[in-house]
Structure formats: structure tokens, C-alpha cells
Design a binder for this molecule. Structure first.
Ligand SMILES: C[S@@+](CC[C@H](N)C(=O)[O-])C[C@H]1O[C@@H](n2cnc3c(N)ncnc32)[C@H](O)[C@@H]1O
Length: 339
């Protein structure tokens, strides 16, 4: 049975901005956690969150109508089943946690990035990145100015690697490369996973912020086999390594930037050198289906969800040819050789 597009909701219901914004306000203020802790009237919640009691109460009333909160005859708010999902969960959302996705909180890096959707029309009109238009700076620059956001992103990224990194490590004889450069390596989780699985391997991680990766490496006791470099993958990369890994970076960038980044890897690897793009590529069907992620990449970064063929074509333009493909669950290791 095919469901009617829009699931029977009216256009106004689908286009509503009020409910999404009130949910985000409640998430940002931690309303569900305060309710669970016993602060249940609008006055108590306003005092706890340092907000205006009247305005907050009106937000909460809307959330009652939206089926997120309940309100009893004494003016006490409670959580519905859906409202329970607004509670902070120690486990992050991606890790199967049932609590609120961190990006509903407007104080988080991604929650803040979500707000740049109000500039989508500008992006459509001009091609300019909505985030930049909205905040006057790039997502990555903002991160550099607010280091706690780095921690949040690293935690999200590392979670997925904790799940799949071992499989990536086992799927290829990384040790035979001698040494690798993990380009845009994040918090170092993948590099450490590879080094643990391949005792002969050495690694260098290059990222715009590398303090967290240094800590990961130190805590893993791998200082003698790994180093970090603070640097940009738009600049020269360390030359002559056995392999260059680009894990989950490409979708954050537009085609021209991906060409440049891959070109930097190819240049550093030298003729015959190896570059590995490790990613969850979209299938043709997904590329059409996961339009929300694709639009997020567009709005936050000017990036896009890409199929393997699209990345292979960009690699070709950067002087790299596809040598082989290894599928590891949802992940793909695309092995490229410098032409
Ligand atoms: C989505 S994360 C991927 C991290 C890691 N490779 C992984 O698979 O989890 C993208 C990474 O690119 C880094 N990055 C962004 N701009 C960069 C730049 N110009 N040069 C180097 N790294 C950059 C970010 O700091 C972040 O660690």
C-alpha cells in the first residue's frame, strides 16, 4: 500500500514552523529533564531556566496541543510518550539512545547549524552557503572559535567509528602500507583503531584541530607510532606516506573543494601512491531518498551526499583512478591510485 504523499496532513501542517521551533526551545532549555526532576509548573520551569514565565508557558501549552507534553488541572506539566524523547540521554542518539537527538538543542553546533535553514532561499537563489549567509562565518570557523562544539562533533563521529572502525581495520591490509596519513582525521578514533589492528603501521593525523586526537593517541599508548599535525587539507600534506585516508570528509564540501582535497592527497602521495576514501556513499536510490541529509550538507557546508560514482569522477579529475572497492557493512573503502 502506498501512502499518500504528506500522509494526509495539510500543506499548512507540513509547513508549520511553530511546533519544530517550540520543540527546539524545550530541548535547548532541558524542559523534559526539569519536568522529570519534579519542576512541573511554568513558574518553576521559568525560574530554573531563567526565562520569562508567560512566554515559556505559552510555548509549553503549544507542546501540549502538539502531543509532546501533558498538563493537569493543577498547572503541572508532564511528558507524553513522544515527549519522553526530549529527555537527555547519556548515550548519544546515534548509539541507539532513545533520548533527544543533540541537534534539537540550539546550543549545539549542529542545532545551531539547523537554524541556517531560514537562509535556504538565499542558497537556492545565489548558491551561497546558508550557514555563512546566516552567521557571517563558516561552520568550521565557528567550531574553531568554540572548542566545546568540536567535542560534540567528535563524539558523534567517533560513535560511528566505534561501531564500524574494527571492520574497516580488518577489511584491508593497512599494515602493508607502512604509514598512513589520516586526512581530516577528527578525534583520532579511526587512526587508533587501525594502529591497534596493525602493529607494524604508523600514522599521522592532520586536522584543523588536533588536540583531541593527540589525547586519543596518548590514552591509547600509541605516541610512539602516531603523531598529529594541526593543518588544513587545502594546504600541502605530509609527503610520501604509504597511504592517505579521507574518512567521511567529502560530503562536507562542494565538488570543487573535494577535487582540491583529493588533489592535495594525490600530490602528497606522489605517482603510484595510494589514497583511500572511506565513507558511506549514497546509492542512487538513497541519493534521491535521503534528501534531508543532502539538504543539510548544502545548507551547513555547501556540500552534498554523493554516490560512489560521483566521488570516483571527482577523484578522476584530481588525478586518481579507482583501483578497487571494499564493502564493509554500510561503509565502502574506495582505493584510489595516483595516475
Ligand atoms: C565529519 S568529520 C570526519 C572525521 C573523521 N575523519 C571520521 O571519519 O570520523 C570531518 C573532519 O574534517 C575536519 N576538517 C574540516 N575542515 C578541515 C580543514 N580545512 N583541514 C583539515 N581538517 C578539516 C574537521 O575538523 C573534522 O574532524
Amino acid at each position: 500500500m502506498t501512502s499518500e504523499p504528506g500522509n494526509g496532513r495539510t500543506l499548512l501542517e507540513i509547513a508549520d514552523l511553530v511546533t519544530p521551533m517550540t520543540i527546539r526551545v524545550a530541548a535547548t532549555l532541558g524542559i523534559a529533564d526539569h519536568i522529570t526532576a519534579g519542576l512541573q509548573t511554568a513558574e518553576q520551569l521559568a525560574a530554573e531556566t531563567d526565562t520569562d514565565a508567560d512566554a515559556l508557558n505559552r510555548v509549553l501549552l503549544h507542546l501540549v496541543g502538539a502531543g509532546i507534553l501533558t498538563k493537569d488541572g493543577t498547572g503541572r506539566y508532564g511528558l507524553t510518550g513522544v515527549g519522553e524523547q526530549l529527555r537527555m540521554d547519556d548515550r548519544l542518539h546515534l548509539n541507539g539512545g532513545s533520548g533527544r537527538p543533540p541537534w534539537l538543542d540550539m546550543k549545539t553546533a549542529i542545532g545551531r547549524a539547523e537554524l541556517s535553514f531560514v537562509r535556504l532561499l538565499d542558497t537556492v537563489r545565489t548558491g551561497e552557503v546558508a550557514y555563512h549567509r546566516h552567521y557571517g562565518t563558516t561552520f568550521w570557523q565557528d567550531l574553531s572559535d568554540e572548542s566545546s562544539w568540536d567535542d560534540e562533533l567528535y563524539a558523534l563521529a567517533a560513535q560511528q567509528i566505534v561501531f564500524d572502525g574494527d571492520k574497516v581495520a580488518k577489511a584491508y591490509d593497512w599494515g602493508a602500507l607502512g604509514d598512513v596519513v589520516d586526512v581530516g582525521g577528527g578525534d583520532g578514533t579511526l587512526l587508533v583503531t587501525l594502529l591497534r589492528a596493525h602493529p607494524g603501521l604508523r600514522g599521522t593525523l592532520v586536522d584543523r584541530a588536533a588536540a583531541r586526537a593527540s589525547q586519543t593517541i596518548r590514552e591509547a599508548g600509541l605516541d610512539d607510532r602516531a603523531q598529529t599535525i594541526v593543518g588544513s587539507f587545502f594546504d600541502l600534506l605530509p609527503r610520501g606516506a604509504g597511504g592517505y585516508i579521507l574518512s567521511r570528509v567529502q560530503s562536507d564540501w562542494c565538488d570543487a573543494d573535494v577535487r582540491t582535497i583529493l588533489g592535495r592527497c594525490a600530490e602528497a602521495a606522489g605517482p603510484g601512491g595510494k589514497v583511500f576514501v572511506v565513507d558511506e556513499f549514497a546509492t542512487d536510490e538513497q541519493a534521491q531518498a535521503d534528501t534531508a541529509t543532502d539538504l543539510r550538507m548544502l545548507v551547513y557546508f555547501g556540500g552534498r551526499e554523493r554516490t560512489r560514482a560521483q566521488v570516483r569522477d571527482l577523484a578522476g579529475e584530481a588525478g586518481l583512478s579507482e583501483e578497487s572497492i571494499i564493502r564493509v557493512g554500510e561503509w565502502t573503502i574506495m582505493k584510489l591510485t595516483v595516475c
